[in-house]
Design a protein. Structure first.
Length: 211
């Protein structure tokens, strides 16, 4: 566990997407899905908080995705509170590369309950970001959760398709950060060595766990 201060959450992309990695967030249950708005930050245009939150373990848990493209870079963020808006200031899983279509399970996403004051019944929102390697653009999907000691995951709801595998992402620097020589408030997320243009607000982003 460690922290790193860099520029915070992405806002809506300022350039049109060239190519994106399509995916579904199946667990925890996503807020919704709209193919036409998946590129909108935050949450793929699903800005209404779910009234039916998924119970998620106090110390962290798993995320199940359905990957529809052959390869993608993936990052997992979390924001704490009832309605976090765009404040996804904690990185649950730093950017990594995934290859293979089908179901994909991210296990053992760790939340430091002491450091971030996570308590029974506390609400939060998880945001998964994907970008196709070697292109500009990205897609977003969110799930609203409630931390609970009674949280459990249905057997078989998180598994990996036969051909799915992961590797370290071919990125430069830390996800969601700009070069140290950049002085403006405009920043970039990095997928496959390419920068995704975005406006950024200066704040601290905390890395909660490593791959």
């Amino acid at each position: 566990m460690y922290t790193i201060t860099h520029l915070s959450a992405l806002v809506a992309f300022s350039l049109p997407l060239l190519s994106t990695a399509h995916f579904l967030l199946s667990y925890p249950a996503s807020r919704g899905f709209d193919e036409d708005t998946l590129s909108q930050f935050p949450c793929g245009g699903q800005n209404t908080v779910s009234s039916n939150r998924t119970l998620w373990p106090l110390s962290g848990g798993s995320i199940a995705l359905d990957m529809e493209d052959a390869s993608a870079n993936i990052e997992v963020l979390i924001g704490f509170g009832n309605n976090v808006g765009s404040a996804f200031n904690t990185v649950l899983r730093q950017t990594f590369a995934e290859a293979g279509k089908g179901t994909f399970c991210l296990e053992d996403l760790v939340v430091d309950g002491v450091r971030w004051n996570v308590t029974e019944g506390m609400n939060a929102t998880i945001q998964v970001v994907t970008g196709e390697m070697g292109t500009s653009g990205g897609l977003y999907n969110c799930a609203d959760i409630t931390f609970s000691k009674n949280a459990s995951m249905s057997v078989g709801s998180c598994s990996n398709a036969t051909d799915v595998k992961t590797t370290a992402a071919a990125t430069t620097g830390n996800p969601n950060t700009t070069s140290t020589s950049t002085k403006s408030s405009s920043g970039a997320a990095i997928f496959g060595g390419n920068y995704i243009s975005a406006g950024l607000a200066t704040a601290g982003v905390v890395i909660a766990s490593m791959w």
